[in-house]
Design a protein around this ligand. Structure first.
Ligand code: ADP
Ligand code: MG
Length: 568
């Protein structure tokens, strides 16, 4: 809530204006009805015509001011709300972006969507229904009570107790009752949203495994729960508003009865009775919506904590990331006893990894699936931070380097690469500013893709085969021409011969560059300066191809197995 209020305070001017116009509207509406009550009584006594004329003119004035200020209040408060919401979305996104990798691992996308859309929407009630209306209510009510006191202290006290009843006692009673029965609609909304995304993402697989109906049924079940929850909430809030309205009306009757009694005892001039009753009827207009105040407050609290809990888990980055690296020169990479565990996992993915890759060297990382090869690359790209040990790029600690400077100076092919809906051209152009059509056509030839630049790429590159996707990703890095290459099994879906030809091209292009190649095959590694063999998060062996073969250790064994598999 603190953060929300901070964001809101940036709209200070509109907040003041909303309170101002709201108060004017509230006071003129009380005045309007009070005066009309007074006028009815006064007219009965046949006053001079000019008095009636003046009162009619005043009535018209109040009516116009009331309408105008109510309009202004709505206009300003909604303007403020939409500005606050857009600030909220932007500030949420800005926090989300740098932590995206961790967050995507932790939340399901449907849940995230529900928070970003739904919870933000819930927060629109905060300013409109929670923050400023009580201020307006109190100002209008207290001024009215003061005014009434001139005529009858008892009726003033009655109005005051009415305020306490409708503004405080009834709303908190309702809130207490509701808290016990209220289902958490926000969680249900997130569940529905999660189910929908799962269904859509997994549609084909669900269909193939004939689980579509089951999944649909479970979606409908959750949707029904959500809808009935909403219905209950709607009914409850309507019921509490009606209850409050009834209480307000009851007070007005008591005012009438008490006023009539005072008139008979002579304590009150009968001329003012109608006015007081009309005032009482009007002043509660502002109090009736207070019935839903606690519900909105509770909503706001939950929505803001759900929203901000996503981005506020990790506090304060350790060091200021101000250094830059590379700038078109290949740089060195060093890992010193790096330990890293994925958030929420028990076993470390890297368990004391030390490596030294001089600038311009060519390194292959091999090892069984799950041995931590991809994790090394993720750490080098500063997508995650090591728990212990140090990583140095260009002899600078990675913790002090701007991540953008790392990304700008590396050509990266990850195991899963994203392509955008559009054309081959669109997908290649993101490699670098100002690539020409010739350059793009040239790299397509180098990776042996027979595509034209205007060929279309569907969502998630559904229309490309695994190997084509990999080659397109390689083509993208070839365009970028950064001085350091981080390649995670870039050609695992290619046949051996194509792989070798593309790899030749790549090494030629990267002749002076630092290259880290995670490889699933053991062929063609003779050309690398060093081979790192990983096993269960640790470095099992390091050496050149010949050294490792001569040593007849783990690498040699793996190589033998590969050969026997290839031979059969
Ligand atoms: P490799 O690339 O060598 O096949 P990885 O580096 O991808 O292996 O994974 C190393 C270990 O870390 C594996 O046990 C894997 O299950 C785990 N792991 C990988 N990615 C994640 C992740 N995002 N969250 C949790 N655990 C992960
Ligand atoms: Mg991997």
């Amino acid at each position: 809530m603190k953060r929300l209020i901070q964001l809101m305070m940036e709209e200070r001017r509109d907040i003041w204006l909303s309170v101002l116009f709201g108060t004017i509207a509230g006071l003129t509406s009380v005045a309007l009805f009070g005066l009309s009550g007074f006028m009815i009584s006064k007219s009965a006594l046949q006053p001079p015509l000019y008095i009636i004329t003046v009162m009619t003119a005043l009535l018209k004035l109040f009516g116009a001011v009331k309408a105008g200020s109510r309009y202004a209040e709505r206009y300003v408060s909604h303007r403020a709300t939409f500005t606050i919401l857009s600030r909220l979305r932007v500030s949420f996104y800005e926090k989300l972006e740098p932590q995206a990798v961790r967050i995507f691992g932790q939340y399901r996308s449907g849940d995230l969507l529900a928070r970003i859309v739904g919870d933000v929407e819930t927060l629109q009630n905060f300013f409109l229904r929670v923050f400023y209306p009580p201020i307006v209510l109190i100002i209008v009510f207290l001024s009215t009570v003061l005014f009434t006191m001139v005529y009858s202290v008892w009726i003033a006290l009655l109005l005051l107790s009415g305020l306490l009843l409708t503004g405080l006692v009834i709303p908190s009673l309702i809130a207490m009752r509701q808290r016990a029965v209220k289902q958490d609609i926000r969680t249900q909304r997130a569940q529905v949203s999660t189910e929908v995304t799962e269904l859509l993402y997994g549609f084909r697989d669900l269909k193939l495994h004939q689980k579509l109906d089951e999944k649909k049924a479970s979606l409908f079940e959750k949707a029904d729960l959500y809808m009935s929850g909403q219905e209950r909430e709607g009914t409850a809030s309507a019921a509490s508003q009606s209850l409050n309205a009834a209480a307000a009306l009851g007070i007005s009757f008591v005012v009438l009865a008490l006023g009539a009694y005072f008139v008979t005892t002579g304590e009150l001039n009968g001329l003012f009775l109608a006015m007081l009753v009309m005032i009482s009827l009007t002043v509660f207009d502002n109090a009736v919506p207070m019935a839903v105040f606690p519900a909105h407050l509770e909503d706001t609290k939950r929505a803001s904590s759900r929203l901000f809990s996503v981005v506020e888990q990790e506090q304060a980055p350790t060091a200021a990331k101000t250094e830059t690296i590379g700038q078109e020169k290949p740089f060195s990479i060093e890992l010193d006893r790096v330990i890293f565990t994925y958030p929420g996992e028990a076993r470390p993915a890297l368990d004391g990894v030390s490596l030294s890759l001089p600038a311009g060297s060519k390194t292959a990382i091999v090892g069984a699936s799950g041995s931590g090869k991809s994790t090394v690359l993720q750490l080098l790209l500063a997508l995650y931070e090591a728990d212990a040990g140090t990583i140095r790029l260009d002899e600078k600690a990675i913790t002090g380097i701007e991540p953008e400077s790392i990304w700008a100076n590396t050509n990266v092919v990850l195991q899963a690469n994203h392509f955008f809906y559009g054309t081959v051209r669109d997908n290649l152009q993101i490699a670098k500013e100002g690539v020409t059509a010739e350059e793009m056509e040239q790299v397509l030839r180098l990776v042996e893709l027979p595509f034209g630049l205007d060929d279309s790429v569907l969502e998630r590159a559904e229309n490309l085969s695994g190997g084509e996707k990999q080659r397109l990703a390689i083509a993208r890095t070839m365009l970028k021409r950064a001085p350091v290459w981080l390649l995670d099994e870039p050609s695992s879906a290619l046949d051996v011969l194509t792989e070798e030809r593309i790899f030749d091209q790549l090494l030629e292009m990267a002749a002076d560059d630092t290259v880290v190649l995670v490889s699933h095959r053991f062929t063609g590694l003779e050309r690398m300066d060093q081979i790192v063999v990983m096993d269960r998060g640790q470095v099992a062996e390091v050496g050149t191809f010949n050294e490792l073969m001569a040593k007849q250790g783990y690498f040699y064994e793996l190589k033998q197995i590969e050969q026997s598999v290839l031979a059969t």
